[in-house]
Design a protein around this ligand. Structure first.
Ligand SMILES: [Zn+2]
Length: 377
């Protein structure tokens, strides 16, 4: 038994419908229209950026283009705040001007929405479209931005398929989505990650494809090394101490807690003493608005689940991870969370506090990787 669509071979996932035909339960939710092949026009595309890349970004950008033009796949390990997206612009431009079909996929829809205006500004002549959950009326364009959930619509389709955050939920370790990704590639892929999976690095190395690293942030200041506070009993006291400290200096703070339930109870207990706060998690309906208000300075702190682990950039942000030793945080999550701090060129400093009852291997591993990257600065 083999499902043509998702590659499933596990017999337990096959069922029979009322016409006695087999169907696959593993990919049953992916049932929308497939994209038509677009006819490529012979037009000239340009790249317009109102900033310039750092010398290191430039070097990487050239190496990625060279890799793609020699028909190789490429994995780019670039630390949080290195400016990953910009690294592929020259390669996209090269592909467009060679009548190649370009796709850019990410696990989460929020990132697609955030990416669209940036790509549109950079590639003015290109038809840039976004495809995600409730947004799939138009499926063809010069540059297709999409969630990994929509890749099933594009079979053997992309000459250049870029994937960012391949190590993020829900793509990470998802058999069906990983299969869709492979099937959607006609040419080559470029994978970008600040915390790449071992298996992805292995695959690149084994196939003699291109493995590139960018260990410095675009502003050339080091990553923030978390301060680890281990105390079996007084974590809340430390939390309040740091909250008070940041409140006095007027810095915005994200407080990460392990579960949705804990987000709500934590907010309740903090908000008695600290006003101007709010909380978010994946099930909070008005979360986008709250996050935007936080960015605008309406709140001084947000209690959050791992939903804000990636993708947020806020000036002068400080981060506290409450129960950093909880099993929900692997080393990648801790690195990504720490990577939220010090992202701005005029605010490259800040604090990351790990509050935990005991040390563990995820914390140790995260610290080793952050310090290792900093040895390149
Ligand atoms: Zn299937």
């Amino acid at each position: 038994m083999y499902c043509n669509k998702c590659g499933n071979q596990n017999i337990a996932y096959f069922g029979k419908d009322k016409f006695n035909q087999y169907y696959c339960r593993k990919c049953i939710e992916f049932n929308g229209l497939s994209a038509q092949k677009a006819i490529k026009e012979n037009k000239i595309y340009t790249l317009s950026l109102n900033y310039s890349l750092s010398p290191k970004q430039n070097e990487l950008s050239n190496a990625i283009k060279k890799s793609f033009s020699s028909n190789k796949n490429c994995l780019v390990y670039a630390v949080c705040g290195a400016g990953k997206t910009e690294l592929v612009y020259e390669t996209i431009l090269y592909a467009l001007n060679n009548q190649k079909q370009v796709g850019f996929c990410v696990p989460r829809k929020d990132v697609v929405i955030e990416l669209e205006p940036r790509i549109k500004v950079a590639f003015k002549e290109a038809k840039v479209i976004s495809v995600y959950g409730e947004h799939s009326e138009v499926l063809t364009g010069d540059i297709i931005l999409l969630t990994t959930h929509q890749l099933y619509r594009y079979n053997d389709y992309f000459d250049l398929l870029i994937i960012d955050e391949a190590d993020a939920f829900p793509y990470k370790n998802n058999f069906v989505l990983n299969h869709f990704f492979k099937k959607a590639i006609k040419g080559n892929y470029v994978m970008l990650s600040a915390t790449p999976l071992e298996q992805n690095i292995k695959e690149i190395v084994q196939n003699c494809d291109t493995y590139l690293t960018l260990m410095t942030r675009y502003h050339n200041h080091p990553l923030i090394v978390p301060k680890v506070i281990i105390n079996p009993f007084l974590l809340k006291m430390y939390l309040f101490y740091y909250l008070y400290k940041y409140k006095k200096s007027g810095f915005p703070v994200l407080i990460f807690v392990p579960t949705i339930e804990e987000v709500e109870t934590m907010y309740k207990s903090i908000s008695i003493f600290f006003k101007k706060g709010n909380y978010v998690h994946s099930k909070k309906i008005d979360r986008d608005k709250i996050i935007n208000d936080f960015k605008k300075g309406k709140y001084q702190y947000l209690v959050t689940s791992s939903v804000l682990e990636r993708g947020v950039t806020i000036k002068n942000l400080q981060v506290i991870v409450y129960k950093a030793d909880d099993t929900i945080y692997d080393s990648s999550a801790l690195i990504q969370i720490s990577g939220r701090v010090g992202r701005k060129i005029d605010a490259w400093n800040g604090q990351v506090i790990f509050l935990c009852q005991k040390n563990n291997s995820s914390i140790t591993d995260a610290l080793i990787k952050i310090k290792e990257a900093n040895s390149y600065v």
